[in-house]
Design a protein around this ligand. Structure first.
Ligand code: GLA
Length: 385
Protein backbone atom coordinates (compact mmCIF):
# COMPACT_ATOMS: atom_id res chain seq x y z
CA UNK A 1 0.00 0.00 0.00
CA UNK A 2 1.28 3.48 -0.82
CA UNK A 3 2.29 5.52 2.21
CA UNK A 4 0.25 8.66 2.71
CA UNK A 5 2.45 11.60 3.62
CA UNK A 6 0.94 13.98 6.14
CA UNK A 7 0.60 17.62 4.97
CA UNK A 8 3.03 18.72 7.71
CA UNK A 9 5.76 16.43 6.32
CA UNK A 10 4.94 17.56 2.78
CA UNK A 11 5.21 21.19 3.86
CA UNK A 12 8.58 20.57 5.54
CA UNK A 13 9.93 18.82 2.44
CA UNK A 14 8.54 21.49 0.10
CA UNK A 15 10.17 24.17 2.25
CA UNK A 16 13.59 22.54 2.00
CA UNK A 17 13.18 22.09 -1.77
CA UNK A 18 11.98 25.63 -2.41
CA UNK A 19 14.30 27.56 -0.10
CA UNK A 20 17.30 25.27 0.35
CA UNK A 21 17.34 25.15 4.15
CA UNK A 22 15.37 23.56 6.98
CA UNK A 23 12.21 25.26 8.27
CA UNK A 24 11.99 26.45 11.85
CA UNK A 25 8.51 25.09 12.56
CA UNK A 26 5.21 23.92 11.15
CA UNK A 27 1.72 25.28 11.77
CA UNK A 28 -1.59 23.69 10.83
CA UNK A 29 -5.08 25.14 10.35
CA UNK A 30 -8.17 23.12 9.47
CA UNK A 31 -10.86 23.53 6.87
CA UNK A 32 -14.42 23.47 8.17
CA UNK A 33 -17.82 22.09 7.41
CA UNK A 34 -20.73 24.28 8.38
CA UNK A 35 -23.51 22.26 10.02
CA UNK A 36 -26.09 25.03 9.72
CA UNK A 37 -26.47 28.82 9.50
CA UNK A 38 -25.59 29.54 5.87
CA UNK A 39 -25.16 33.09 4.56
CA UNK A 40 -26.06 34.36 8.02
CA UNK A 41 -22.59 35.42 9.20
CA UNK A 42 -22.48 38.65 7.18
CA UNK A 43 -25.99 39.43 8.41
CA UNK A 44 -24.84 39.48 12.05
CA UNK A 45 -26.49 36.10 12.63
CA UNK A 46 -25.50 32.73 14.07
CA UNK A 47 -23.49 29.91 12.49
CA UNK A 48 -22.55 26.39 13.64
CA UNK A 49 -19.39 25.17 11.88
CA UNK A 50 -16.96 22.48 12.97
CA UNK A 51 -13.31 22.12 11.99
CA UNK A 52 -12.53 19.00 9.95
CA UNK A 53 -9.51 16.72 10.07
CA UNK A 54 -8.31 18.13 6.76
CA UNK A 55 -6.51 21.40 6.47
CA UNK A 56 -3.40 23.32 5.53
CA UNK A 57 0.14 23.04 6.89
CA UNK A 58 2.70 25.80 6.71
CA UNK A 59 6.40 25.12 7.23
CA UNK A 60 7.99 28.44 8.09
CA UNK A 61 11.03 30.43 9.10
CA UNK A 62 11.46 34.06 9.99
CA UNK A 63 13.35 36.47 7.72
CA UNK A 64 14.75 39.79 8.84
CA UNK A 65 14.80 41.58 5.47
CA UNK A 66 11.11 42.48 5.17
CA UNK A 67 10.44 39.95 2.41
CA UNK A 68 7.70 37.38 2.11
CA UNK A 69 8.50 34.25 0.12
CA UNK A 70 5.80 31.62 -0.27
CA UNK A 71 5.78 28.26 -2.02
CA UNK A 72 2.52 26.42 -2.72
CA UNK A 73 3.01 22.69 -3.23
CA UNK A 74 -0.39 22.30 -4.94
CA UNK A 75 0.59 24.82 -7.61
CA UNK A 76 4.34 24.08 -7.75
CA UNK A 77 4.92 27.80 -7.59
CA UNK A 78 6.99 30.23 -5.49
CA UNK A 79 6.12 33.92 -5.06
CA UNK A 80 8.13 36.67 -3.50
CA UNK A 81 7.20 40.20 -2.36
CA UNK A 82 8.39 43.04 -0.16
CA UNK A 83 5.89 43.13 2.73
CA UNK A 84 5.88 46.93 2.99
CA UNK A 85 4.95 47.19 -0.69
CA UNK A 86 2.04 44.73 -0.72
CA UNK A 87 -1.08 46.25 -2.25
CA UNK A 88 -4.59 44.78 -2.50
CA UNK A 89 -5.38 42.72 -5.58
CA UNK A 90 -9.06 43.64 -5.41
CA UNK A 91 -10.70 43.66 -8.82
CA UNK A 92 -7.47 42.78 -10.57
CA UNK A 93 -8.77 41.47 -13.91
CA UNK A 94 -5.68 39.27 -14.25
CA UNK A 95 -6.73 37.34 -11.13
CA UNK A 96 -10.54 37.17 -11.22
CA UNK A 97 -10.69 34.09 -8.97
CA UNK A 98 -8.08 35.28 -6.51
CA UNK A 99 -4.57 33.89 -6.97
CA UNK A 100 -3.40 31.57 -4.16
CA UNK A 101 -0.69 34.05 -3.21
CA UNK A 102 -3.32 36.75 -2.57
CA UNK A 103 -4.55 34.80 0.48
CA UNK A 104 -0.99 34.52 1.84
CA UNK A 105 0.02 38.09 1.05
CA UNK A 106 -3.38 39.45 2.18
CA UNK A 107 -3.01 37.84 5.60
CA UNK A 108 0.49 39.26 6.09
CA UNK A 109 -0.71 42.65 4.80
CA UNK A 110 -3.63 42.68 7.30
CA UNK A 111 -1.38 41.65 10.21
CA UNK A 112 1.12 44.34 9.35
CA UNK A 113 -1.60 46.98 8.99
CA UNK A 114 -2.84 46.01 12.46
CA UNK A 115 0.61 46.92 13.78
CA UNK A 116 1.90 43.39 14.32
CA UNK A 117 5.66 43.02 13.86
CA UNK A 118 5.79 40.69 10.87
CA UNK A 119 9.33 41.39 9.74
CA UNK A 120 9.71 38.80 7.01
CA UNK A 121 8.70 35.22 6.39
CA UNK A 122 9.50 32.16 4.31
CA UNK A 123 6.59 29.76 4.16
CA UNK A 124 5.79 26.54 2.28
CA UNK A 125 2.17 25.46 2.07
CA UNK A 126 0.72 21.96 1.70
CA UNK A 127 -2.78 20.77 2.42
CA UNK A 128 -5.39 18.07 2.04
CA UNK A 129 -8.55 20.15 2.07
CA UNK A 130 -10.02 20.23 -1.45
CA UNK A 131 -9.64 23.66 -3.06
CA UNK A 132 -12.82 25.55 -3.93
CA UNK A 133 -15.12 22.82 -2.58
CA UNK A 134 -16.89 24.93 0.06
CA UNK A 135 -14.72 23.59 2.89
CA UNK A 136 -12.92 26.89 3.53
CA UNK A 137 -9.59 26.07 1.94
CA UNK A 138 -8.77 29.77 1.59
CA UNK A 139 -9.48 30.48 5.27
CA UNK A 140 -7.29 27.51 6.19
CA UNK A 141 -4.45 29.07 4.17
CA UNK A 142 -4.94 32.46 5.82
CA UNK A 143 -5.08 31.06 9.34
CA UNK A 144 -2.18 28.64 8.82
CA UNK A 145 -0.09 31.58 7.53
CA UNK A 146 -1.20 33.68 10.51
CA UNK A 147 -0.27 30.90 12.95
CA UNK A 148 3.14 30.60 11.28
CA UNK A 149 3.74 34.36 11.22
CA UNK A 150 2.82 34.66 14.90
CA UNK A 151 5.14 31.82 15.88
CA UNK A 152 8.00 33.17 13.75
CA UNK A 153 7.75 36.66 15.28
CA UNK A 154 6.81 35.50 18.83
CA UNK A 155 3.38 37.17 18.64
CA UNK A 156 0.89 35.73 21.17
CA UNK A 157 -1.84 33.74 19.40
CA UNK A 158 -5.30 35.32 19.59
CA UNK A 159 -7.75 33.21 17.58
CA UNK A 160 -10.60 35.70 17.17
CA UNK A 161 -8.27 38.64 16.42
CA UNK A 162 -6.53 36.58 13.72
CA UNK A 163 -9.89 35.49 12.31
CA UNK A 164 -10.88 39.15 11.96
CA UNK A 165 -7.61 39.92 10.17
CA UNK A 166 -8.14 36.93 7.89
CA UNK A 167 -11.58 38.26 7.02
CA UNK A 168 -10.08 41.69 6.31
CA UNK A 169 -7.51 40.07 4.03
CA UNK A 170 -10.26 38.41 2.06
CA UNK A 171 -12.58 41.45 2.01
CA UNK A 172 -10.03 44.14 1.28
CA UNK A 173 -7.09 42.38 -0.34
CA UNK A 174 -8.68 39.54 -2.32
CA UNK A 175 -12.03 41.28 -2.85
CA UNK A 176 -14.48 38.67 -1.53
CA UNK A 177 -17.06 40.13 0.88
CA UNK A 178 -17.08 36.99 3.05
CA UNK A 179 -18.19 36.91 6.67
CA UNK A 180 -16.20 35.76 9.71
CA UNK A 181 -17.32 32.13 9.91
CA UNK A 182 -14.58 30.30 8.03
CA UNK A 183 -11.63 32.11 9.57
CA UNK A 184 -13.07 31.85 13.07
CA UNK A 185 -13.83 28.14 12.70
CA UNK A 186 -10.31 27.48 11.43
CA UNK A 187 -8.73 29.52 14.23
CA UNK A 188 -10.92 28.77 17.23
CA UNK A 189 -12.64 25.37 16.98
CA UNK A 190 -11.97 22.71 19.57
CA UNK A 191 -11.64 18.98 19.29
CA UNK A 192 -14.93 17.07 19.56
CA UNK A 193 -17.11 20.16 19.26
CA UNK A 194 -18.93 22.31 16.78
CA UNK A 195 -18.66 26.06 17.42
CA UNK A 196 -21.83 28.09 17.79
CA UNK A 197 -20.89 31.67 16.89
CA UNK A 198 -22.84 34.86 17.37
CA UNK A 199 -21.36 36.77 14.45
CA UNK A 200 -22.47 40.11 15.94
CA UNK A 201 -20.56 39.82 19.22
CA UNK A 202 -18.22 36.95 18.25
CA UNK A 203 -19.37 35.19 21.43
CA UNK A 204 -18.97 31.42 21.02
CA UNK A 205 -20.37 28.30 22.64
CA UNK A 206 -18.84 24.86 22.21
CA UNK A 207 -21.42 22.28 21.19
CA UNK A 208 -20.34 18.66 21.72
CA UNK A 209 -21.13 16.31 18.83
CA UNK A 210 -22.55 13.11 20.32
CA UNK A 211 -20.52 9.94 19.61
CA UNK A 212 -23.57 8.36 17.93
CA UNK A 213 -23.57 11.11 15.29
CA UNK A 214 -21.15 11.54 12.39
CA UNK A 215 -20.87 14.19 9.74
CA UNK A 216 -20.28 12.93 6.23
CA UNK A 217 -19.07 15.40 3.61
CA UNK A 218 -20.19 14.60 0.05
CA UNK A 219 -18.35 16.35 -2.75
CA UNK A 220 -20.25 17.03 -5.98
CA UNK A 221 -16.93 17.69 -7.72
CA UNK A 222 -18.35 20.92 -9.14
CA UNK A 223 -15.98 23.83 -8.49
CA UNK A 224 -16.89 27.47 -8.52
CA UNK A 225 -14.73 30.24 -7.16
CA UNK A 226 -16.13 32.23 -4.27
CA UNK A 227 -14.41 35.29 -5.68
CA UNK A 228 -16.93 35.10 -8.53
CA UNK A 229 -19.52 37.83 -8.44
CA UNK A 230 -22.43 35.67 -7.20
CA UNK A 231 -21.38 35.71 -3.55
CA UNK A 232 -20.94 39.47 -3.46
CA UNK A 233 -24.30 39.87 -5.20
CA UNK A 234 -26.03 37.89 -2.45
CA UNK A 235 -24.52 40.16 0.12
CA UNK A 236 -25.60 43.26 -1.79
CA UNK A 237 -29.20 41.95 -1.97
CA UNK A 238 -29.21 41.54 1.84
CA UNK A 239 -28.05 45.14 2.18
CA UNK A 240 -30.87 46.33 -0.11
CA UNK A 241 -33.35 44.45 2.07
CA UNK A 242 -31.96 46.10 5.23
CA UNK A 243 -32.21 49.55 3.62
CA UNK A 244 -35.86 48.87 2.73
CA UNK A 245 -36.71 47.65 6.24
CA UNK A 246 -35.09 50.75 7.72
CA UNK A 247 -37.65 52.95 5.93
CA UNK A 248 -40.24 51.61 8.41
CA UNK A 249 -37.94 50.49 11.28
CA UNK A 250 -34.93 52.83 11.48
CA UNK A 251 -33.36 50.96 14.42
CA UNK A 252 -32.61 47.94 12.25
CA UNK A 253 -28.91 47.51 11.46
CA UNK A 254 -28.80 44.06 9.92
CA UNK A 255 -31.13 41.19 9.01
CA UNK A 256 -30.36 39.87 12.50
CA UNK A 257 -32.75 42.56 13.76
CA UNK A 258 -35.57 41.57 11.39
CA UNK A 259 -38.20 38.90 12.12
CA UNK A 260 -40.57 37.29 9.64
CA UNK A 261 -43.44 39.69 10.45
CA UNK A 262 -41.30 42.80 9.98
CA UNK A 263 -39.94 41.45 6.71
CA UNK A 264 -43.50 40.99 5.40
CA UNK A 265 -44.43 44.54 6.42
CA UNK A 266 -41.43 45.91 4.53
CA UNK A 267 -41.85 43.67 1.49
CA UNK A 268 -43.44 46.39 -0.64
CA UNK A 269 -40.39 48.61 -0.16
CA UNK A 270 -37.89 46.17 -1.67
CA UNK A 271 -37.31 44.37 -4.96
CA UNK A 272 -38.39 40.73 -5.21
CA UNK A 273 -34.84 39.35 -5.24
CA UNK A 274 -33.93 41.25 -2.06
CA UNK A 275 -37.12 39.91 -0.43
CA UNK A 276 -36.31 36.30 -1.30
CA UNK A 277 -32.72 36.57 -0.06
CA UNK A 278 -33.88 38.20 3.18
CA UNK A 279 -36.58 35.53 3.60
CA UNK A 280 -33.87 32.86 3.68
CA UNK A 281 -31.68 34.76 6.11
CA UNK A 282 -34.46 35.71 8.53
CA UNK A 283 -35.56 32.07 8.83
CA UNK A 284 -32.04 30.58 8.79
CA UNK A 285 -30.67 32.85 11.49
CA UNK A 286 -32.27 30.92 14.40
CA UNK A 287 -31.50 27.44 13.09
CA UNK A 288 -27.95 27.24 14.53
CA UNK A 289 -29.36 27.95 18.00
CA UNK A 290 -32.06 25.33 17.53
CA UNK A 291 -29.59 22.79 16.17
CA UNK A 292 -27.17 23.39 19.06
CA UNK A 293 -30.04 22.70 21.46
CA UNK A 294 -31.02 19.56 19.51
CA UNK A 295 -27.43 18.26 19.61
CA UNK A 296 -27.16 19.05 23.33
CA UNK A 297 -30.35 17.06 23.89
CA UNK A 298 -29.14 14.20 21.68
CA UNK A 299 -32.19 14.72 19.43
CA UNK A 300 -30.56 13.83 16.12
CA UNK A 301 -33.89 13.56 14.30
CA UNK A 302 -34.66 17.19 15.15
CA UNK A 303 -31.14 18.25 14.10
CA UNK A 304 -31.62 16.47 10.77
CA UNK A 305 -34.97 18.18 10.14
CA UNK A 306 -33.33 21.57 10.67
CA UNK A 307 -30.65 20.69 8.10
CA UNK A 308 -33.31 19.67 5.59
CA UNK A 309 -35.21 22.93 6.12
CA UNK A 310 -31.98 24.91 5.67
CA UNK A 311 -31.29 23.22 2.34
CA UNK A 312 -34.79 23.93 1.04
CA UNK A 313 -34.46 27.60 1.96
CA UNK A 314 -31.02 27.91 0.32
CA UNK A 315 -32.41 26.26 -2.81
CA UNK A 316 -35.75 28.06 -3.05
CA UNK A 317 -35.03 31.53 -1.63
CA UNK A 318 -31.26 32.08 -1.75
CA UNK A 319 -30.75 30.33 -5.10
CA UNK A 320 -27.32 28.93 -4.23
CA UNK A 321 -28.00 25.22 -4.72
CA UNK A 322 -27.36 23.36 -7.96
CA UNK A 323 -28.83 20.23 -9.60
CA UNK A 324 -25.81 18.24 -8.37
CA UNK A 325 -26.23 19.42 -4.78
CA UNK A 326 -29.99 18.77 -4.83
CA UNK A 327 -29.39 15.27 -6.21
CA UNK A 328 -26.75 14.28 -3.66
CA UNK A 329 -28.85 15.63 -0.78
CA UNK A 330 -31.92 13.69 -1.99
CA UNK A 331 -29.83 10.52 -2.38
CA UNK A 332 -28.37 10.90 1.12
CA UNK A 333 -31.78 11.32 2.70
CA UNK A 334 -32.90 8.05 1.11
CA UNK A 335 -30.60 6.07 3.44
CA UNK A 336 -31.99 4.88 6.78
CA UNK A 337 -28.86 6.00 8.72
CA UNK A 338 -29.21 9.61 7.52
CA UNK A 339 -30.98 12.12 9.79
CA UNK A 340 -30.73 15.05 7.38
CA UNK A 341 -28.57 16.61 4.67
CA UNK A 342 -27.89 20.00 3.16
CA UNK A 343 -25.46 21.91 1.02
CA UNK A 344 -22.63 23.44 3.06
CA UNK A 345 -20.61 26.61 2.58
CA UNK A 346 -21.42 29.27 0.05
CA UNK A 347 -23.09 26.87 -2.42
CA UNK A 348 -22.93 27.16 -6.24
CA UNK A 349 -21.44 23.65 -6.29
CA UNK A 350 -18.96 22.22 -3.81
CA UNK A 351 -20.05 19.95 -0.99
CA UNK A 352 -23.09 18.80 0.93
CA UNK A 353 -23.05 17.49 4.49
CA UNK A 354 -25.14 14.72 6.02
CA UNK A 355 -25.81 13.91 9.67
CA UNK A 356 -25.53 10.14 9.88
CA UNK A 357 -25.77 7.53 12.66
CA UNK A 358 -22.15 6.60 13.46
CA UNK A 359 -23.00 2.89 13.32
CA UNK A 360 -24.11 3.27 9.69
CA UNK A 361 -21.39 5.57 8.30
CA UNK A 362 -19.45 3.05 6.22
CA UNK A 363 -22.60 1.59 4.70
CA UNK A 364 -23.93 5.09 4.05
CA UNK A 365 -20.73 6.12 2.26
CA UNK A 366 -20.81 3.00 0.06
CA UNK A 367 -24.45 3.72 -0.77
CA UNK A 368 -23.79 7.37 -1.72
CA UNK A 369 -20.66 6.46 -3.70
CA UNK A 370 -18.51 9.14 -5.32
CA UNK A 371 -16.24 11.29 -3.24
CA UNK A 372 -17.17 11.33 0.46
CA UNK A 373 -15.39 11.45 3.79
CA UNK A 374 -16.43 11.57 7.40
CA UNK A 375 -14.67 13.64 10.00
CA UNK A 376 -14.80 13.98 13.73
CA UNK A 377 -14.79 17.64 14.86
CA UNK A 378 -11.14 18.73 14.89
CA UNK A 379 -9.14 21.35 16.80
CA UNK A 380 -8.44 24.80 15.36
CA UNK A 381 -5.05 26.19 14.31
CA UNK A 382 -1.98 25.04 16.22
CA UNK A 383 1.73 24.42 15.91
CA UNK A 384 2.57 20.88 14.85
CA UNK A 385 5.91 20.26 16.53
C1 GLA B 1 -18.38 31.34 2.60
C2 GLA B 1 -17.94 32.58 3.36
C3 GLA B 1 -18.55 32.59 4.76
C4 GLA B 1 -20.06 32.37 4.72
C5 GLA B 1 -20.42 31.19 3.83
C6 GLA B 1 -21.91 31.04 3.62
O1 GLA B 1 -17.87 30.19 3.19
O2 GLA B 1 -16.55 32.63 3.48
O3 GLA B 1 -18.23 33.79 5.41
O4 GLA B 1 -20.73 33.54 4.32
O5 GLA B 1 -19.81 31.27 2.55
O6 GLA B 1 -22.53 30.75 4.82
Amino acid sequence: MATVTAPSDQARAAFADAFGYVSGGVAWAPGRVNLIGEHTDYNDGFVLPMAIERGVSTAFAQRDDGRLQAHALAFGETRDAAIAELTPEVNDPRNPGGHWFAYVAGMVWAMRRAGLPVGGLDVAIAGDVPIGAGLASSAAVEIAVARAACAAASIAWNASAMARLGQQAENEFVGVSCGIMDQLASAACEDGHALLVDCRSLATRLVPIPEEASLVVMDTGVRRSLAGSEYNERRAACERAVAAVRTIAPDVHALRDVDAALLERARGAMDEVAYRRAHHVVHEIRRPLDMADALDAGDLAAAGRLMNASHASLRDFYDVSSPELDAIVALARGHAACFGARLTGAGFGGCAVALVASSGVEEFRRYVGGSTFSSRPAAGAHLVE
